[in-house]
Design a protein around this ligand. Structure first.
Ligand SMILES: [Zn+2]
Length: 402
C-alpha cells in the first residue's frame, strides 16, 4: 500500500501535535513579544553579514566589503539598511555601539499581520508552521526544527532569502523566517562554556557537551546514558591528571566567541583566499595530530569548506561554530585524546568486555525506547539474568563514580 504522506503532514500541522520539547530554551508558559524575535533575527543576520564582510574591527568603511555584505543579507540593501545603502560603509553597530532598532526596520511586519502581539512558544511554533506551509516548504525540511537552534538559524536564513525574493519585505513569510533566526539566536546568545569533562563546547542548555550529558534532551540518535557517564568519568580523570585546560601547550581555548562570528560560521563556509589560508593552518595543526587525522578522511584538505566543517563538527565538537577556532581545537583535541588513551586504554578498562559493553549500550538504547527487559534480552540473544547482571554492574560502577 502506498502511504499518502500528505495526510501525515496535515496531521502534524495540528497544534495538538506540536513538537514536544520544542524551543525548550524559552519558558513555555511565558508570552513573548514576537516582534522582538523578528528583530533579533534581523539583527543576527545583519551582524553576521557585517562580520563576514570584514567590518569586525569596527573602524569604518575601509574594512568593509560592501558588495559581499549586499550578497549576504537576504533583502535589497536599500530596504534592509537604508543608511548603509547610502554611505556604503559598515552598519552603525560596527562603528558606534548604537543599540535599539535599526533605521527603517522598526516594524518588519505590521502587528495586525501576526496572530497576536504576545505569544507563548507553542503559539510561535504554530504560527511558523503555518507560514512554512504557506510557502509550500516540504515538511522534511523542518523535521525536528524546533529542537535544534542552529537549524532554526540555518533554515530561517535560507527562507529569508527565498521570502526576500518572492514576498515583500513586510510580508509574514519574511517576518517568520527572521523570527526563526531570532529564536535560534536567543539560544546562542548565552555565554559560551567549555564542557567540564572535556575540550568540547558545552551545550548551553545542559552545561556539558552532548557526549557527556545525561539529559533526556540529548538527541535520540546519540549514545546511551550509560556510555555518557562512562565517558564523563574518563573525562574527569584526564582533567585531573593534566590539570586541564591550564596545561594545554598552546594555552586554553578562547572562552568566548562573539555571537556574530558563530552565526556567520553557521551560514557561510570560507571561500577563496580565506579558505586557502585556513587550510594552511589546519594542515599544520593536523601534522602533529595523528589521532585526529585518524578520524578524518585522507582527502580532508581538498574537500569543500562546507564538507570540512561538517566533518570536524561530527568527529570533534558538534557545538563549535566558529571556523577560526578549528586549528587550535585540533591541537587541543590531539592532546586530549593522547591522555584519554593513557587513562582509558580500550574497553577492557571499563570493566566490561567489548561484547558486553556493546550489549549494554544497545540494552540502554532499547530501554529508553520503552522496551521491556524480557524483550531486550530476547533481542540481544542473552538470558534475562545476564541482562540484569549487566545492569547491576553498571549501577555499581555509576555509584562508585558519583
Ligand atoms: Zn564533554
Amino acid at each position: 500500500m502506498k502511504i499518502d504522506y500528505r495526510f501525515f503532514n496535515a496531521l502534524e500541522m495540528n497544534s495538538s501535535s506540536l513538537p514536544v520539547g520544542g524551543l525548550r530554551w524559552l519558558n513555555p508558559t511565558y508570552e513573548y513579544p514576537v516582534q522582538l524575535f523578528i528583530f533579533k533575527g534581523y539583527e543576527a543576520i545583519d551582524y553576521a553579514a557585517a562580520y563576514g564582510s570584514g567590518a569586525t574591527t569596527g573602524y569604518g568603511p575601509n574594512y568593509f566589503d560592501f558588495d559581499l555584505y549586499q550578497r549576504l543579507i537576504p533583502a535589497p540593501v536599500v530596504l534592509w539598511q537604508p543608511d548603509v545603502a547610502k554611505t556604503r560603509s559598515a552598519p552603525p553597530h560596527y562603528t558606534e555601539h548604537i543599540s535599539g532598532w535599526a533605521p527603517g526596520f522598526t516594524d518588519v511586519v505590521d502587528h495586525s499581520a501576526l496572530p497576536r502581539e504576545l505569544l507563548k512558544p507553542s503559539e510561535i511554533m504554530e504560527w511558523l508552521l503555518d507560514e512554512m506551509q504557506r510557502i509550500k516548504l516540504r515538511p522534511h525540511r523542518y523535521d525536528l526544527l524546533f529542537i535544534d537552534p542552529s537549524r532554526l538559524i540555518q533554515l530561517g536564513y535560507q527562507l529569508s532569502r527565498l521570502a526576500g525574493r518572492e514576498f515583500p519585505i513586510n510580508s509574514t513569510p519574511f517576518a517568520a523566517a527572521l523570527c526563526m533566526i531570532g529564536l535560534g539566536s536567543a539560544y546562542f546568545f548565552r555565554r559560551e562554556k567549555i564542557c567540564p569533562n572535556c575540550f568540547r563546547i558545552a551545550n548551553p542548555e545542559l552545561g556539558r557537551c552532548n557526549l557527556h550529558s545525561q539529559s533526556k534532551y540529548v538527541r535520540a540518535d546519540s549514545r546511551s546514558r550509560a556510555l555518557n557517564s562512562q565517558a564523563a568519568r574518563t573525562g574527569r580523570r584526564v582533567k585531573s591528571i593534566i590539570k586541564w585546560p591550564e596545561n594545554i601547550p598552546n594555552g586554553p581555548l578562547p572562552d568566548i566567541s562573539p555571537l556574530e562570528s558563530r552565526t556567520a560560521g553557521m551560514l557561510w563556509p570560507l571561500r577563496g583566499q580565506q579558505h586557502i589560508e585556513w587550510n594552511q593552518l589546519i594542515s599544520e595543526a593536523l601534522k602533529d595530530a595523528p589521532l585526529v587525522c585518524k578520524l578524518l578522511p585522507q582527502n580532508f584538505l581538498v574537500l569543500s569548506n562546507k564538507k570540512q566543517l561538517e566533518l570536524l563538527r561530527t568527529v570533534l565538537d558538534e557545538n563549535e561554530w566558529q571556523i577560526g577556532r578549528w586549528p587550535l581545537k585540533i591541537v587541543a583535541a590531539q592532546k586530549w585524546f593522547e591522555y584519554e588513551q593513557i587513562v582509558a586504554p580500550g574497553p577492557k578498562n571499563s570493566g566490561f568486555s567489548e561484547v558486553n559493553a556493546e550489549r549494554l549500550m544497545k540494552a540502554c538504547a532499547l530501554r529508553d525506547l520503552g522496551w521491556k527487559p524480557k524483550e531486550i534480552a530476547k533481542q540481544l540473544g542473552i538470558s534475562d539474568s545476564h541482562l540484569s547482571q549487566l545492569w547491576r554492574r553498571q549501577r555499581i560502577r555509576d555509584r562508585a563514580d558519583s
